[in-house]
Every structure is written in C-alpha cells, then in structure tokens.
Design a binder for this molecule. Structure first.
Ligand code: FAD
Length: 376
C-alpha cells in the first residue's frame, strides 16, 4: 500500500482535503498534473469572493460559517492572511428570485446585515450607480480570499503533517476493487485503500460516465483602472455581486493598489476539451463587460486593463457532487462547484474526511448527494 487514501487533483478541493486528511492522521498521497497553486485551475485570478448571505441556497449558510472557522485555522497554522472580511454587497431588484433567495438565507439564520436603498445607498457606496428598483444588501460576514496562496498554504501544511504530494503527475486511470484502488499516474502504479477524486473541470476526462453531468465551463475575469484608487480600497469598497438581465457582475476591491476586479460571469460557455481551453478573450467579451462597468461603476475606466480565463465544473442544478460514487467501491468524488465553491472548500475537505473515515457527517449535505445522478 502506498497510502490509506489517494487524492487525485490538488487544486482547491484537493488541497483542502489533503490538509484535513493529514490533520486527521491519515496517510495520504496526492497527485497534481501541474504545480501547486498554479494559475490554470479554478483557483487562479488573485481573489475569490466569500459570502455568507447566500443566494445560491440557504442550506449553504451553516457550511459557510464552518468554512470561515477553518479558514482562520489554516491562517493560524501557516501564519498567513487568507481571508479578509471587508463586507459584501449584493445589489438587485428585491422582486427577483436570486434576491428573494438571498434575503431568505439572511432572515432564517439572522445574519448580520444592512439593507440600503436610494440616497442612503449611493451616499454610503457612491462607487455603485443604482437603478430605481435596486436595493443593496450588505453582508457583514463577507470579503475576499487569496486563492493561490490558500492552495499553497493547505499543501504546505499537509506536507508538514506527512502528506506525500506528487507534483507534475497526471493520473491516467483509477481502478477500484473490493480491497482498494489502483491508480495509474505518469505510467506508474500506486495502491491505496480509498481514492478521493477532486479533478474539477477535468473530471469528465477521468470519469467519462459523468461527462454529461459535470460540464467544464469557461469564465473570464477582468480588471479595470479606477479614476480614484482610494475609493476602491478594501476599507471603502466591499466585494459585490450585481445581477441584471444579460450579466452577473461580481468584483472585489483593489488588492494591488492599481486595478479593480469586475467580471461578468453570466452563462459561461461549455469547454469541450479542458486541455485545450481557449485562453484568448475576444473584443466582444471585453466590450460587453466594459459596457456593464460603464453603466454600473462610473468610477472605473470602462476598458479592461487585464483579462484572464479559467474553468470550473458545472452541474445541472449548480450544486456540487460530494460523496461516495454509486457503483464504484472505495471511490469518493468532490466536483461540480458551478462557479461558487472556493469559499466553502475547507469545510468540504473536512466533510470528505468524515465520509471516507466514518461513512457519515454531521453536516447537512443532502443537496450535494451523488445519488441524484445515480441513473448515470
Ligand atoms: C473564474 C472563476 C471565478 C470564481 N469565483 C468564485 C468566487 O468568487 N467565490 C467562490 O466561492 N467560488 C468561485 N469560483 C468557484 C471556485 O473557484 C471553484 O468552484 C473551485 O475552485 C473548484 O475547485 P476544484 O477543486 O473542483 O477545481 P480546481 O481548483 O480546478 O482543482 C482541480 C485540480 O485537479 C487537477 N487535475 C485534473 N485532472 C487531473 C489528473 N488527471 N491528474 C492529476 N491532477 C489533475 C487540476 O490540475 C487542478 O489542480 C470561481 C471559479 C472560477 C473559475
């Protein structure tokens, strides 16, 4: 046996699961096709938004508070700042389904928040131009994460606890049986007790039977130059999400003191071959997001000054798949975070350890159950 557990893919979920496995004293070997914290996975692009008022479903709120505790643990264990809570604004028409869902999560869990409208909203946050029907919901437990550093930190900590990380090692096959799992990576065989697959947008390549349920999608991140950078620093400019017909504009304050991130992540296109992701950004894409920025954030110059392209795996219902795979012995999967998984990754890693070691978890994760795709 090379280890009790193998982790395939050391990006977001794989790094957090490897850290949690090593912390639980389990021997773990983890395989990553690229380097750790590289910019080609779903964990690139300088920042990820952390929110607890959750339009994607109130069932995530307890997971997000547990994730917040675990981010603080990882920071303490690695002596790094990974999560900055500078608040988060969600702006939109309160009669839309997403805003109703967000408010439901706030009221049910009595989340610390403020609701601002009209003059009061624009005086407090003049960076945003509002439509007459818009409200601003300020989530006090929101902010931004440092994704590349978070992955590097989790792996560094896992290694210090004994995890064996195989960098630049591509897993070509996973063959489970009743006694364990054989992994083929860079043409070499490894034998482990159980395997956790965390291959993100590449999952359909490794598990073709899930290809129809886990679609790789292309997301373009863009940055803009502020007219007055002071107004876009973290203490003045919370992270934000704005939904309107045709776009979903999300962004973060300036982190380098020169650029502000504002990206349109509405309806990302499918990627047929994750290995051949189109990293070029077309003029149309740049103009589209520039138009949205011009309308909504008048303090930014409307031509993007930086753009970069990433992928995530999406499911049909935008909830991930987390658990033991039906019909495959000793095989667990975490994938399909549909553009919103980074913030919760440490708790997802912890839940994976519960499922692998005990077959159950105290967390409520029915909405992520792989059996909803069992017919496949
Ligand atoms: C542009 C963008 C913006 C986002 N914004 C947010 C946000 O603001 N807030 C938020 O919470 N979430 C956000 N998300 C979503 C979040 O980042 C993802 O849901 C999450 O990072 C997915 O993690 P993952 O582990 O599934 O995939 P990844 O982090 O991509 O990890 C998969 C890993 O598996 C490796 N791998 C694949 N195949 C193999 C193989 N055969 N052998 C070895 N290694 C392999 C890959 O190289 C990669 O390292 C965003 C996503 C994107 C793309």
């Amino acid at each position: 046996m090379d280890a009790d557990v193998a982790v395939v893919g050391v990006g977001t979920m794989g790094s957090m699961a490897t850290w949690q496995l090593a912390k639980a004293g389990i021997s773990v070997i983890a395989f990553e096709q690229f380097g750790i914290g590289n910019d080609r996975t779903a964990a690139g692009g300088e920042s990820r938004l952390f929110r607890t008022a959750y339009m994607e479903g109130k069932e995530y709120v307890p997971l997000l508070f547990e994730a917040k505790n675990l981010w603080r643990q990882l920071e303490a264990e690695t002596n790094r700042e990974l999560l900055t809570l500078n608040g988060g604004l969600t702006i939109g028409d309160p009669d839309t389904d997403v805003m109703k869902s967000l408010l439901k999560s706030i009221y049910e869990f009595e989340l610390d928040h403020e609701i601002l409208q009209g003059k009061e909203a624009t005086e407090r946050f003049p960076q945003h131009r509002l439509f007459s029907e818009d409200i601003m919901v300020l989530d006090k437990n929101a902010g931004f994460l440092r994704p590349e550093l978070a992955v590097v930190s989790a792996v560094e900590r896992a290694e210090s606890l004994g995890a064996n990380i195989k960098r630049y090692t591509t897993v070509q096959g996973v063959h489970p049986d009743k006694d364990g799992v054989t992994i083929i990576a860079n043409d070499k065989e490894y034998h482990v007790g159980k395997v956790l697959i965390t291959t993100g947008a590449w999952t359909g390549e490794l598990l073709p039977r899930l290809r129809d349920h886990l679609i790789a999608r292309r997301l373009v991140l863009t940055w803009f130059a502020p007219k007055n950078v002071e107004k876009f620093k973290p203490d003045k400019f919370p992270i934000f999400a704005r939904m309107r017909k045709g776009y979903r504009l999300t962004g973060a304050p300036t982190l380098d003191g020169t650029m502000v991130k504002a990206s349109n992540t509405k309806d990302p296109e499918a990627v047929l071959e994750p290995g051949n992701l189109n990293r070029d950004v077309s003029s149309e894409e740049l103009q589209e997001v520039g138009d949205a920025v011009e309308k909504l954030l008048p303090g930014l110059e409307p031509n993007p000054v930086r753009a970069s392209v990433y992928m995530d795996a999406y499911t049909e219902d935008d909830h991930s798949i987390l658990g033991k795979l039906p019909g495959m012995d000793n095989t667990f999967l975490i994938s399909g975070f549909s553009g919103h998984g980074f913030k919760m990754s440490p708790v997802i890693g912890k839940i994976a350890v519960d499922l692998i070691t005990k077959g159950e978890t105290k967390h409520s994760i029915g909405h992520l159950n792989p059996y909803r795709y069992a017919k496949a």
